[in-house]
Design a protein around this ligand. Sequence first.
Ligand code: ADP
Ligand code: MG
Length: 368
Amino acid sequence: MPELVVENLKKSFAGNAVLEDIGFTVAEGEFFTLLGPSGCGKSTTLSCVAGLEHPDSGTIRVGDRVFFDGDPRTTVPPEARNLGLVFQSYALWPHMTIADNLALPLKLRKVTKTERKRLIDDALDKVDMLHLRDRYPHQLSGGQQQRVALARGIVYAPGVLLLDEPLSNLDAKMRDQARVWLKSLQREVGITTVYVTHDQIEAMSLSDRIAVFMDGRLQQVGTPTEIYETPATPEVAGFIGRCNLLAGRVDEAPSDSGTVRVELGTTGEHLRVVRTDGVRAGQSATVGLRSERITLADRADAAGDGVNVLRATVKQCSYTGARFEYELAVGDLALHAESPVRHEGREINLLIRPEDCLLYPGPSSPAG
Ligand code: ADP
Ligand code: MG
């Protein structure tokens, strides 16, 4: 299975730029996800790869085959790209059995009848649907129809599999199960896969690497660990997981200890955070702090060496079963935190390790 290379992709609709200079490489056999809020350009990118949309400029290649080149203009039609496509709507033909639905793309490719049967049964077996091959789509649950759509996407051994929000019509529990089998199916088939979702949990759990999109631009490409632990921008930090973004100002030049002091908000609270390159004393900054990295403590002296202690007021505490979620105020800043235990007091200490703080120069804009 070849790699997919997308370079300098640009696309506008009626003068509105939707994709600005998108570029990424998906390695052979890799599960690669385009993640971002609704409307950021994920489906448009996937459609350009599929050949359903035409970019204004850029290049798209799979292996040594050029699918699109803006200069000189080259466009390979969708049917000649040999890609597997699965969309949110399953798009199965209602008047055809499951097996016949899968036969269609094979007939288009002039595959013989005996070979068709072998390929269809093999694909249905991979998604555990072989026993339902002679049913009609309306006789299947949503989850089963989605599996059939997937089997149809792989039945003709496409070079690359393109999936656009394929699980979002399933209810939460089925989606969790579908994630597990989708991942094992992709591993088993070993097919290069580009997956589109707005769901960060889905992206984190399925992907080898994730490209985070916002407003038609790539913010960061990395493994789930890289994206979560070292988000490139406050916007990425805010979009992945639950991250407090605290406005502040760098208080002093970076010290030898590798930390800097940041004044938070306007009420004189301070945090010592691990420094990042390019921050200067007096500069405005944003501190990213994940909810689950804040330890709540009744006593401030529970803090170890070098650990920040902030005094917070509890505004609200909700019980979610697995944990308690706290809405807090520190000076004029609002924070969200989590704890496995219930703290009764109205005032509480927040213990925060400098290495758990993400420091970004400049003010933040709210995440999409
Ligand atoms: P996503 O899949 O990330 O939700 P899309 O790629 O579908 O986003 O859309 C990106 C932007 O492009 C949106 O603002 C959308 O309204 C616009 N858009 C998408 N397709 C068309 C189209 N055919 N004509 C005009 N605008 C479009
Ligand atoms: Mg979309």
